[in-house]
Ligand binder design. Structure first.
Ligand SMILES: Nc1ncnc2c1ncn2[C@@H]1O[C@H](COP(=O)(O)OP(=O)(O)OP(=O)(O)O)[C@@H](O)[C@H]1O
Ligand SMILES: [Mg+2]
Length: 295
């Protein structure tokens, strides 16, 4: 994991700040108009001129985008375009090089000083902030030494202080939701890849996140197991009000669940729009070329 320090954001000067302090970015309440105007839902995620470098490699280049509460946004684009990096910044597994990531009106990449200016967030602050966010990875990473139930209850009990009986009851509900009500006592090695991934989805939901990040969650699965996992996710998208930010190569799934698709290339958004436009009438040649290659 990269450990480069987050840099303060260059922005308009503010009075009474010490040399080296980062200025205060504009209040989030009055951010620029959002792309989707019909729902009236509030903004939940905002990337504000986010730059991410690994050494000399600029992976995200002054990236601006936002996601509304309850919106389902899919990121598509070629390998290396920065999609996973965006999700890892939201999980605070990586730190921004420049710019600020905001979640629910609060800075995630930074924390406020008493005078209101921002400084790179401490590990403790980030641990607190990322409780709102759950992530499911390509590799399911279940705890191999714990049964399915314990895999799901571990974090709510230890990180959120949920009483064990309550966490177990909720875990059983979630196992029913992902179609694994009979697997609570199984160990991960006794499950298929698709079943393990459904446990990983239940585990992420057990933290009651406002935001669920999905990073190519079916790409490590045998083809015949993909549909079951996508069905579970379609169900979650349809029946919950969770905000979804999803990286996928499953274009028909993206078309089904997305309110908006963002097409990435080289750390920039090439094009964004509803799935009907991106998949049906893409405006940019880069998008057409990418879709020709993957469809
Ligand atoms: N920890 C790291 N150290 C150095 N470079 C990294 C690191 N993580 C990612 N990169 C680089 O950042 C760029 C973007 O990577 P990222 O994983 O975000 O791409 P992606 O769009 O998710 O690609 P894929 O579709 O293959 O998963 C790549 O050039 C990658 O090599
Ligand atoms: Mg990736």
């Amino acid at each position: 994991m990269a450990t480069e320090p987050a840099q303060p954001t260059p922005a308009e000067p503010t009075p009474a700040r010490a040399a080296g302090d980062s200025p205060v970015p504009p209040a989030r309440a009055e951010t620029a108009p959002l792309e989707k105007k019909d729902t009236g839902a509030a903004e939940l995620i905002r990337f504000d001129k986010v730059v991410k470098r690994f050494g000399d490699n600029t992976v995200l280049d002054h990236l601006d985008f936002s996601v509304r509460k309850g919106e389902h946004v899919t990121l598509i684009g070629p390998s290396g375009s920065g999609k996973t990096t965006i999700l890892r910044l939201l999980m605070t597994l990586e730190q921004v090089s420049e710019g600020v990531v905001w979640v629910d009106g609060e800075p995630l990449s930074h924390e406020r000083r008493p005078d209101g200016s921002l400084k790179p967030a401490s590990e403790k602050y980030q641990r607190q902030s990322r409780k709102k966010i759950g992530m499911v990875f390509q590799q399911f990473n279940l705890f191999p030494n714990m049964n399915v139930l314990r895999n799901i209850t571990e974090a709510p009990v230890s990180a959120l202080g949920v009483p064990k009986p309550e966490a177990e009851a909720r875990a059983r509900e979630l196992l029913d939701l992902v179609g694994l009500g009979d697997k609570a006592d199984a160990h991960p090695t006794q499950l298929s890849g698709g079943q393990q991934q459904r446990v990983a989805i239940a585990r992420a939901l057990a933290m009651k996140p406002d935001i669920l990040l999905l990073d190519e969650v079916t790409s490590a699965l045998d083809p015949e197991l993909v549909a079951g996992v996508l069905d579970v996710l379609r169900d979650i998208a349809r029946t919950t009000d969770i905000t979804l930010l999803c990286v996928t190569h499953e274009m028909s799934f993206a078309r089904d669940i997305s309110d908006r698709v963002l097409m990435f290339d080289a750390g920039r958004i090439v094009e964004s729009g509803p799935p009907s436009q991106i998949f049906g009438e893409p405006r940019e040649e880069r998008t057409r070329e990418f879709l020709r290659a993957v469809l």
